[in-house]
Design a protein around this ligand. Structure first.
Ligand code: NDP
Length: 405
């Protein structure tokens, strides 16, 4: 039977005969730490193979020692000596640089968490997919940037891809109980971020520390800024399009400030199925870790009486144009997603470095898209072609920064 995200029977997690071998790409980040929190609660059940980080040597070494990893890899090659020193005498192998990241992703494992942020995660994640390792995908940029190529690799390797984004995890959980041909559309919920009630004039003055202050979720800086602009929800539409093979017309977004309902699935008999939980990423991570079973997770339990009301509203695409831009990219197809993602990464980094204002993020991305029509029309044949488009877009977007400063 061909791989299907929805054709799955769910059971209760039982202790496997041997510890499950797991690796975490992006272990030092928010998703990486939450994953290790779950794994650390039942050490005999897991064997940690490889942990990777980007820059944070001290935390990577700490985590590798705490979880008795076989290998720790830091992406920045200039930090190898520090990592080597920090791990001296522990028996943990140290590595650094791009090839070492690919090696970490290639080490035989039963399950890998792909939680590097941005297009930097594309090659390591694909490397894990190619080994046939069940892959929990937090790195949405992989699918935004290289969706068709990525999903073709998943099919070729006949591996399992488990979405970690709470909305896509929710969709997968709901769709497991409904035939695909009876799904009319799915609607992802958006919290609205910290500026949901702000005017454009107020947002023009927004500082990074305000944008990083998400009302419901504790996440890494890039995804938190994406949530504030609503670009995150746009990226998630592209992610859902590739993950579930749904047409753009079947995908929608609704603002739901409480972040309790994560996704709504509309069926052809008029029923609408929703998945709910308190906003804690350990729930969707646990779903991907225990899949196709269920495990115990010590999160706050949902008390609807305590919350009182769940509210919903249409997203305001005039105040938050990033969502409109991403929807246009979804409709355009081709390599527009690669351009969108790369330009957005440049813009978010520039905002965090206080080189551009908050409203300039979406404006810069839109301008970069207008100026990259030639790139967006290209048909990449492989991941190197995608990364070439990504690099060229970054050059063009960086050249635009002065105009938006
Ligand atoms: P963080 O910024 O907290 O962590 C990112 C991880 O990637 C860190 O381990 C970081 O290392 C590493 N990293 C950064 N740059 C590179 C690089 N060039 N090469 C290799 N590794 C690198 O991000 P999050 O954990 O928040 O997010 C990770 C992914 O999951 C993102 O794609 C995000 O959109 C997605 N996601 C996150 C959610 C969340 O709740 N956090 C929710 C849903 C999706 P270091 O810190 O050592 O530099």
């Amino acid at each position: 039977m061909p791989f299907s995200l929805t054709a799955v029977k769910i059971g209760v997690a039982t202790r496997p005969a041997r510890p499950r071998r797991i690796s975490i790409l992006g272990a030092t980040g928010s998703i990486g730490e939450s994953t290790l929190d779950l794994i650390g609660r039942d050490p005999p059940a897991y064997r940690v193979v490889a942990l990777t980080g980007g820059q944070n040597v001290a935390r990577l070494a700490e985590l590798a020692i705490l979880h008795r990893a076989e290998l720790a890899v830091i992406a920045d090659p200039s930090r190898y000596a520090d990592l080597h020193t920090a791990l001296a005498g522990t028996g943990i192998e140290a590595g650094a640089g791009h090839e070492a990241l690919l090696d970490a992703a290639s080490r035989p494992a039963d399950w890998v968490m792909a939680a590097i942020v941005g297009a930097a995660g594309l090659k390591p994640t694909l490397q894990a997919v190619r080994q046939g390792t069940s892959t929990a995908l937090a790195n949405k940029e992989c699918l935004v940037s290289a969706g068709a190529i990525f999903m073709a690799e998943v099919a070729r390797a006949n591996t399992i891809l488990l979405p970690v984004d709470s909305e896509h995890s929710a969709a997968m959980q709901i769709m497991a109980g409904a035939p695909k041909e009876r799904i009319e559309r799915i609607c992802l919920t958006a919290s609205g971020g910290p500026f949901r009630g702000w005017s454009r004039e107020q947002m023009a003055e927004a500082r990074p520390e305000q944008a990083l202050n998400h009302p419901n979720w504790s996440m890494g800086p890039k995804v938190t800024i994406d949530s504030a602009t609503l670009m995150n929800k746009g990226l998630e539409l592209l992610e859902a399009h590739h993950l579930f093979s749904l047409a753009p017309s079947q995908l929608d977004v609704i603002t739901h400030p409480q972040s309790i309902v994560h996704c709504l699935v509309y069926l052809s008999d008029g029923a609408v199925l929703a998945q709910m939980s308190c906003p804690d990423m350990r729930t969707p991570i646990a779903y991907s870790l225990a899949w196709p079973e269920r495990m115990h997770v010590p999160t706050k339990r949902l008390d609807l009486a305590e919350i009182g009301a769940l509210t919903f509203e249409a997203p305001d695409m005039e105040r938050f144009p990033a969502l409109r831009v991403a929807k246009e990219v979804l409709a355009a197809g081709g390599s527009a997603g690669t351009v969108l993602n790369a330009a957005n990464e440049v813009a978010v980094e520039a905002f965090l470095a206080k080189r551009i204002g908050f409203l300039a993020i979406a404006a810069l991305v839109e301008t970069a898209l207008e100026k990259s029509d030639d790139l967006a029309k290209l048909s990449p044949q492989n991941v190197d072609d995608v990364l070439a488009i990504d690099s060229e877009t970054r050059l063009r977007a960086t050249a635009l920064l002065g105009r938006f400063a």
